[in-house]
Design a binder for this molecule. Structure first.
Ligand SMILES: [Zn+2]
Length: 592
């Protein structure tokens, strides 16, 4: 089968050469560097990586794009009355700043909630609070990152303090502009300064409010500006189809010394570069390894710059991209809800089973991490890898975080050397190496887009059920079924090519069509802002053009909102049907 293709002998000889020596040296070195985007410490990290690449003769380029970066400075908070007391607070990247000037106001508590899971961390918040918050400083629960701060627009509040779920205060970023903004994504920052406070202090403030009026004074400083950041890209050319490539990438920048997030990922990238370069004669396609800057302080600015700058090359030749964030962390022994697109689920599951003996579970990739290639339509798998077992999470009283294998040291001063785990890192590196090798060497790309079409059909079915009689999705369902039938014939032929070479003419033609399918299906399924733009950094529902179907059941037929929704869905459906039909015809021409 296409998705289970493997070459055990080659695989074993390469995967066996992966060891901990080089990766652990990097992890130890990086545990001394606070790698803020564009900083001196980050430059030292780049020098370390390029130094090793030089030693081994791995070709690379360090790009220096100018991106919009925001570095949080100090923040203060104190109560003025009834009693005076200072609290420890942080402010996130891209928060509006008071420039260090104290601003005073009355504190009001607006009940919020903590994220229920990692997907929830990146989602939009509640609808705007119903109360009149003019001139008030809002105290609420949450991390204060991603889209939540935006919900205060129009409330009249002058600031918001988010109570984090635990002892630590998590660093974060508030803009929902994915990468540096263009005209479409300007203004995707919260309207007011954002602060974060830890749970005990937040509860103390809530207790004070129970007793009566509380006046507070706060200040923050946040630097925002266009600055040069380093983007390091190494390349090992494939021996047969060098134009076809896999992009393997992770972020170099960090909050504090960021060992679990993401020195372990940087080490994985470097070890794969070392070992794959040694075995370059056995690699049939090209692999590019990229260490991004601007992830933490530019909302994925480095990977987005790369997606923009190399858009045409990526759209034509990239087989898949693989994001490596937070592998090899302490206690992370399970592969649960691993992010992979439907077409890559089988590949990911098989590789994890072959390396670890575990049955992994997967989920649809979140709109997070450096997955800056959804609009371009590029398949992906393994954004995060191993994670802590749920019972251990509960036993420790941990809560949902966005990395570090589930350790709550994520995005805090505590993400130090003890968060990395040697055994888990070695195992995760072997998982990455195995999936990458199969993608690089399988004659037919080991991605099955029938699974993607099935996922689309199921999703349209769900939207139809939600919309009831208020909207007819049968043209979408018809188009998915037609494509599915044609793909059955296409993959029937493709299976017969598995014994051929990667540069065989029929193999190359088949793979070009597979990449064309990805450009249609991934783009439709994960984005709506156009192939060369970026959807916002907030959760994106499946087939976002059709997602408003879920609202239709709740609006009165004939109301203004009803007509707006139907107009929206008609346009969304046109896009879906058009793209599916075009893909279907191109495939049909080749299998007749
Ligand atoms: Zn990360």
């Amino acid at each position: 089968m296409i998705t289970t293709w493997r070459d055990p002998k080659t695989e074993q000889s390469i995967v066996e050469d992966i060891s901990l020596e080089e990766p652990w040296r990097l992890v130890e070195h990086f545990s001394t560097l606070t790698r803020l985007s564009g900083s001196e410490d980050e430059a030292k990290a780049v020098a370390y990586i390029t130094g090793r690449l030089d030693d081994w003769g791995v070709p690379y380029v360090v790009h220096r794009p100018t991106c919009l970066i925001s570095l949080p400075g100090p923040a203060t908070l104190r109560t003025l009355g009834p009693a005076e007391r200072s609290f420890r607070v942080k402010t996130p990247s891209f928060s509006p700043s008071t420039g260090g000037q104290e601003v005073t106001g009355e504190l009001v508590y607006v009940p919020g909630r903590q994220a229920s899971g990692i997907g929830d961390l990146f989602s939009a918040g509640r609808p705007a609070p119903p109360r009149d918050l003019r001139g008030k400083i809002v105290l609420t629960e949450g991390l204060g990152i991603a889209a939540r701060g935006l919900d205060l627009a129009g409330s009249g509040a002058i600031a918001a303090i988010f109570i984090n779920p635990g002892e630590g205060i998590h660093e974060g970023i508030t803009t929902t502009s994915w990468g540096s903004p263009d005209l479409d994504s300007l203004g995707r920052v919260p309207p007011v300064p954002i602060l974060a406070i830890n749970h005990p202090d937040g509860e103390a403030l809530k207790a004070l409010l129970q007793e009566g009026l509380v006046q507070v004074a706060f200040s923050n400083q946040v630097e925002i500006g266009w600055r040069q950041i380093p983007v390091t890209v190494a390349e090992i050319a494939g021996a047969q189809a060098a134009d076809e490539f896999v992009l393997f990438h992770g972020h170099l920048d960090s909050w504090h010394v960021g060992v679990g997030d993401n020195a372990t990922g940087d080490a994985t990238l470097l070890e794969i570069a070392r070992v794959f370069h040694q075995h370059r004669d056995q690699l049939r396609r090209t692999i590019r390894m990229a260490w991004w800057s601007g992830h933490s302080h530019g909302r994925y600015a480095g990977s987005t710059w790369y997606a923009d700058t190399f858009a045409i090359d990526l759209a034509e030749n990239c087989v898949a991209h693989v994001n490596c964030d937070s592998p090899g962390c302490r206690w992370a022994t399970e592969y649960r809800d691993v992010n992979w697109m439907a077409e890559a689920a089988e590949l990911g599951r098989e590789a994890i089973r072959d390396v670890t003996g575990q049955d992994a579970t997967g989920e649809r990739p979140l709109r997070a991490g450096d997955c800056s290639f959804n609009n371009l339509g590029i398949s992906t798998y393994l954004m995060l890898s191993s994670t802590m077992p749920l019972d251990l999470v509960h036993e420790k009283g941990y809560y949902a975080v966005g990395g570090c294998g589930g350790n709550v040291a994520w995005h805090t001063e505590a993400d130090t050397l003890e968060i990395a785990d040697r055994d888990n890192l070695l195992r995760d590196m072997r998982v990455y190496a195995t999936t990458l090798l199969r993608t690089l060497n399988a004659p037919i790309h080991p991605l099955d887009y029938r699974a993607t079409v099935d996922e689309i059909e199921e999703q349209v079915g769900r939207y139809q059920a939600a919309a009831g009689d208020a909207f007819d999705f049968s043209p979408s369902l018809q188009a998915t079924r037609n494509l599915r039938h044609t793909l059955d014939r296409f993959y029937g032929v493709a299976e017969t090519l598995l014994g051929r070479e990667v540069d065989d003419t029929a193999v190359r033609r088949t793979n070009t069509l597979q990449r064309m399918l990805a450009r249609a299906l991934v783009t439709l399924s994960y984005s709506r802002d156009g192939r060369f733009r970026q959807d916002p950094a907030r959760s994106i529902p499946p087939l976002p053009d059709l997602a408003p179907a879920t609202e239709l059941a709740d609006v009165a037929p004939g109301s203004d909102r009803y007509h707006v929704l139907r107009t929206h869905l008609t346009r969304g459906q046109n896009r879906l049907v058009w793209d599916l039909r075009r893909a279907e015809r191109r495939i049909a021409e080749t299998v007749e």
